[in-house]
Design a protein around this ligand. Structure first.
Ligand SMILES: [Ca+2]
Ligand SMILES: [Ca+2]
Ligand SMILES: [Ca+2]
Length: 805
């Protein structure tokens, strides 16, 4: 045998470089790096919650060092820099037949036994009394079964006695904790219903009773108040303010802080710095965790399982991401609370998937991907973070790539600048996921539909971002209006002042178009008339109103309006508006109609004002007024072509309550003339309409809808606007109801008798009592058709009878 030694050494020396190569490779696949946290005290508690471990070991579960050697879990974690352990205690986690509830079955005896080992190895110990037989958190704080029937006073003394006895038992077993939390995540109180926060005085009485027991056993034990980090800062300030006002005696504020549920590290920074300074208390994070994988080992769904959670959590679900989260949360706590930052405890740190060790008896493990051990119980490299925060060398964290490497899909309309994302998620070398700005350079306007690619870069990096831009046909409505119909119902004349040049109230065209992020409305005039009084929006004479009915009833929560802002017309039910744009020259302040600035009204009452929410401008050479409204203020713009639009123009008179220039027969320098073009026979009608205030107050009207895709003729406009009735005091309805009956009757064969026509009118009048949708044309057609059918059958039967006889 000795003779073999020489050749063996030779072989070994030959193999050595190869072996070292293999070792390097094995390490590189599991290499993590975290930067040190400068200044962090060696006393900072680097804790793990090991509440399940005793039960897992009893079921045959085993733990291993990172190199694969089996070991005692307490040795393994100590080796990696862990110096504290947290254990929860449930009063009686067994049902009436003695069957354990599961989740580690953390009764006092089991936890004390494990805690004495913890203490004997020199770890600091945090005990988490739930004051419940099983899981307690903000959503459930059930009293122990044995305490269910106690009176409140009995409950107060029982809490004292139980706490004292539990700590005495631990003390006698060399397991006296260094810190004790009274309850677990007691945002909503504990020991329900008595100790709900709604019963604040009772809640505080119960808290004080438990605290007194802790102080009586050993005043050096730190008393901890533990809340879940799910709320905002104000909530915690208020909670601890009330505790302070009521003289609750405690030492440490504890939070659970899971970034993927509770928010950013920035939020934690605010909370830790404010709470510790304001209340002069120490702070711990009693629960933190992060996954090292999105995989599931036991078929029982994990609580963290999606990419969305990864984005909210701020790190990749990877061993590196897990280590970085732990490192960064320690840094944030230390930087925001300084010496008052006592430490962190990692929850479910060793909850590996062992059959029988589910969250509940008979159920599986929702947390194995967040342990610091792999599915077989081997320590993950991330466990080393607790040592590395003191020992590692500093390496700059750099962006390494896009979180979503594929192209960004963007839709744009031809002729309109594409709107590209300004930020994207970038993965850094520590597996953190952060938002970073994109530099796109020049963004072109694509004139024809198609697919285009555009490159950009993550700011200050060479990481390329690609946008795939799908350019669609222009999305717009463009409808004309006759020239020379600026006479309202055919009889109106302009005021005589010279500023009212011919055509200033003659709408010739209107368009609505989606351009980049705006809906752009343009109303064109024969002649805008310049800007004689220097209106801030570039025009002075016109007051334009645009009424919009979308195809989405929810755009204004199913609220519609048939009335207008002083135009003295009523919109037909199926044209009742959801959005109204009131467009003025722009003097004065406050939104129209109470103020004088252009405004966007929603039928449900919301009012937005120009400048702040949208922009009004004009083009005096092309004679149009333009309104640019951000698409995010509107709904249903994708269906623009199916909208119904009514545009009207009146003469602006800011001094009038309705901002519309008044009418008087004969007109005047500053008065509109309602009878300038009227024949003698129609003058009395107009005069009486003026008297009872049902005369339409506009010079020109334009319409667009599927029903009127090419607008309306001058004659139609005149007929429609003459639809008022002074004797009934009714306004003209736009478009008119009567027109609908004509349309319907035209679609039916000419053989319809007068009897049937009256039936049609009845059908329409029934419709008038309804609200909502234009479906009546079809209904009427069907009704009439059925009646025709019935008549036909009747006549046929009659003829048949005649023939037989
Ligand atoms: Ca699982
Ligand atoms: Ca016109
Ligand atoms: Ca017109």
């Amino acid at each position: 045998m000795p003779r073999l030694v020489g050749p063996l050494i030779l072989v070994a020396s030959l193999l050595a470089p190869l072996l070292s190569l293999i070792i390097i490779n094995a390490q590189s696949s599991s290499t993590i790096h975290v930067n040190p946290v400068p200044g962090l005290s060696r006393d900072f508690l680097r804790g793990l919650d090991l509440s399940e471990v005793s039960w897992i070991l009893g079921l045959g579960g085993k733990y291993y060092y990172e190199d694969g050697r089996e070991g005692d879990i307490l040795d393994i974690i100590a080796d990696n820099g862990v110096n504290a352990v947290r254990l929860r205690v449930w009063n009686n986690p067994y049902d009436e037949n003695g069957v354990p509830y599961g989740g580690g079955n953390c009764d006092l005896e089991r936890m004390t036994q494990f805690a004495s080992k913890v203490k004997s190895r020199g770890f600091k110990l945090l005990i988490d009394f739930h004051y419940s037989d099983w899981w307690a958190d903000p959503s459930k704080q059930y009293k122990p079964k044995a305490w269910a029937n106690l009176s409140f006073n009995e409950l107060v003394s029982t809490v004292y006695n139980w706490t004292r006895d539990a700590l005495l038992y631990m003390k006698n077993n060399n397991a006296l904790p260094d810190m004790v939390q009274v309850g677990n995540e007691i945002n909503n109180g504990f020991l329900w219903p008595d100790g709900r926060v709604e019963n604040w005085t009772q809640f505080v009485t119960l808290l004080k009773s438990a605290i007194k027991a802790i102080r009586d056993i050993d005043p050096s034990i730190k008393v901890v108040i533990h809340l879940s980090g799910n709320r905002e800062l104000d909530y915690y300030v208020n909670f601890f303010e009330r505790l302070a006002n009521d003289g609750v005696d405690y030492d440490v504020i504890a939070l659970s802080y899971y970034t993927y549920w509770h928010g950013s590290l920035e939020k934690l920074k605010q909370m830790a710095s404010t709470l510790t300074s304001r209340f002069n208390k120490e702070i711990i994070l009693a629960e933190i965790a992060y996954p090292w994988t999105l995989e599931d080992a036991d078929g029982y769904p994990n609580l963290f399982s999606s990419r969305d959670q990864e984005i909210k959590g701020g790190y990749r679900a990877s061993v590196q991401g897990q280590a970085s989260l732990i490192r960064d949360i320690i840094e944030v706590l230390y930087e925001s609370a300084g010496d008052k930052a006592l430490g962190v405890f990692y929850w479910g740190a060793a909850w590996i998937p062992v059959p029988g060790a589910g969250w509940k008896t008979g159920e599986g493990n929702p947390w194995e991907n967040q342990a610091l051990f792999d599915f077989n119980g081997k320590a993950l490299p991330s466990l080393r973070v607790f040592r590395m925060i003191y020992e590692a060398e500093y390496i700059e964290v750099k962006p390494v790539g896009l979180y979503n490497p594929g192209p960004l899909n963007v839709t744009a309309y031809a002729g309109s600048k594409p709107v590209l994302l300004e930020n994207t998620l970038v993965v850094y070398s520590d597996d953190s996921i952060r938002n970073a700005a994109i530099k796109w350079g020049e963004i072109p306007v694509y004139e024809s539909p198609g697919t285009y690619y555009l490159n950009g870069y993550v700011e200050n990096t060479s990481i390329m971002v690609v946008a795939r831009i799908t350019v669609l046909e222009r999305l717009y409505i463009d409808v004309g209006d006759p020239e020379g119909d600026d006479k309202g119902p055919g009889t109106y004349g302009y005021p005589t002042a010279s500023v009212y040049a011919p055509g200033v109230f003659d709408i010739v065209r209107a368009s609505l178009e989606v351009e980049s992020e705006d809906l752009v409305v343009r109303v064109y005039f024969k002649n805008l008339g310049g800007n004689p009084w220097n209106g801030p929006n570039g025009f002075s004479l016109q007051y334009i109103q645009v009424y919009i009915r979308t195809t989405n009833p929810l755009a204004t929560n199913k609220v519609y309006r048939r009335d207008t802002f002083g135009l003295n017309i009523e919109l037909r039910d199926d044209y009742a508006w959801q959005y109204a744009l009131l467009i003025s020259p722009g003097w004065g302040s406050g939104p129209l109609p109470d103020g004088e600035l252009s405004s966007l009204h929603y039928a449900n009452g919301t009012v937005l004002v120009e400048g702040k929410d949208f922009k009004v401008s004009s083009n005096t050479s092309d004679n149009y007024v333009e309104v640019r409204t951000p698409l995010n203020l509107l709904s249903d713009w994708e269906n623009l072509k199916s909208w119904k639009i009514i545009v009207a123009v009146a003469s602006w008179a800011g001094e009038n309550p309705d901002r519309i220039r008044s009418f008087a027969p004969g007109g005047g320098e500053w008065l509109s003339d309602p009878v300038a073009y009227a024949n003698e026979s129609s003058k009395p009608l107009i005069q009486s309409a003026l008297l009872v205030n049902v005369l339409p107050k506009m010079y020109d009207l334009l319409i667009y809808s599927q029903e009127y895709p090419h607008g309306l003729t001058a004659d139609q406009q005149y007929t429609w606007l003459m639809g008022f009735n002074p004797s009934k005091s009714t306004l003209a309805i736009i478009p008119p109801e009567v027109k609908q009956i004509e349309t319907v009757t035209q679609t039916i064969t000419t053989t319809i008798t007068t009897t049937l026509l009256s039936t049609t009118e009845k059908t329409v009048s029934i419709y008038e009592t309804q609200t909502g949708y234009p479906g009546y044309t079809v209904n009427t057609v069907i009704g009439v058709a059925l009646l025709s059918l019935a008549l036909g059958i009747g006549v046929g039967y009659f003829l048949l009878r005649l023939q037989r006889e």
